[in-house]
Write a protein that binds this ligand. Sequence first.
Ligand SMILES: NC(=O)c1ccc[n+]([C@@H]2O[C@H](COP(=O)([O-])OP(=O)(O)OC[C@H]3O[C@@H](n4cnc5c(N)ncnc54)[C@H](O)[C@@H]3O)[C@@H](O)[C@H]2O)c1
Length: 272
Amino acid sequence: MKRIGLLGCGAIGTQIALAIDTGKIPGVLTHIYDNSKYAATELASKLNNKPLIVENSHLLSSNPIDIIVEAASQDAVKDVALSVLQNKRDLMIMSVGALLDESIYDVLSDACNHFKKTIYLPSGAIAGLDGLKSVKDELESVSITTTKHPRSLKGAKFFETSDINLDAIDSSTIIFEGTAKEAVSMFPANINVAALLSLCGIGSEKTIVKIIADPNTDKNTHHIEAKGKFGKMTFTIENFPDPNNPKTSRLAILSAIETLRKYCSDDIQIGT
Ligand SMILES: NC(=O)c1ccc[n+]([C@@H]2O[C@H](COP(=O)([O-])OP(=O)(O)OC[C@H]3O[C@@H](n4cnc5c(N)ncnc54)[C@H](O)[C@@H]3O)[C@@H](O)[C@H]2O)c1
């Protein structure tokens, strides 16, 4: 059985831990950590097989563990990712936006090579990355249009310098159009899917992002278009938000669970 350490006990971390505890993921959750002691204790109290709560995030990978699952924040990735690999553990990252910083990406990629360990990035709240990976060398353009309720966009850095008043939007309105790289700095909390697309396809300076605020939607919708010598792909994903954290889509949680289940299973692997 694979031994799993969990960094981050919020919406995603809790569902992953429950999936391990109920046997859906055939592994053992041995150690957990969260900046909030309350979140870690709360999570442990819901589990039949109690993991050890460690005192800091670096103690997760110094224990005999196969994989650390990060479901915390970009800062957590920047803080621990390298030491996890140096301790010869695999790593699954949910806060993918952290990897759009090229220096971080390169350091972690070199470390994977050097320590013979793997970083897993689940497809998160989108679909189609399998196809995109296959046609990577033939891609000419990739774009993503994300439509959300205005309240899901509140607090983004973009609004510090924009005249747009989210409260005054009464119909579907384009509020941002630019590269994934620009979107990363303007909408840091909404960029995980654009980051994944960039890393999988033609990079963050060529991936085009459009963000639409729609007061009449209750879903997080992503429409992806990719074109090239191979032909054209389009994907539309209409996500329901997770009830415990409306910023996180249910699909993001399910894709994390599936990635970890695959990691822990000796089985026929379906899909690219
Ligand atoms: N890849 C994707 O498609 C995708 C989708 C949704 C969310 N995410 C990302 O996954 C991460 C977790 O999402 P969530 O919905 O579970 O969030 P959440 O806010 O519900 O939970 C995050 C937990 O991590 C803890 N935490 C934050 N920073 C920490 C740190 N440096 N060290 C230790 N603990 C820390 C918080 O206290 C909290 O309990 C976020 O970064 C989010 O942006 C990725």
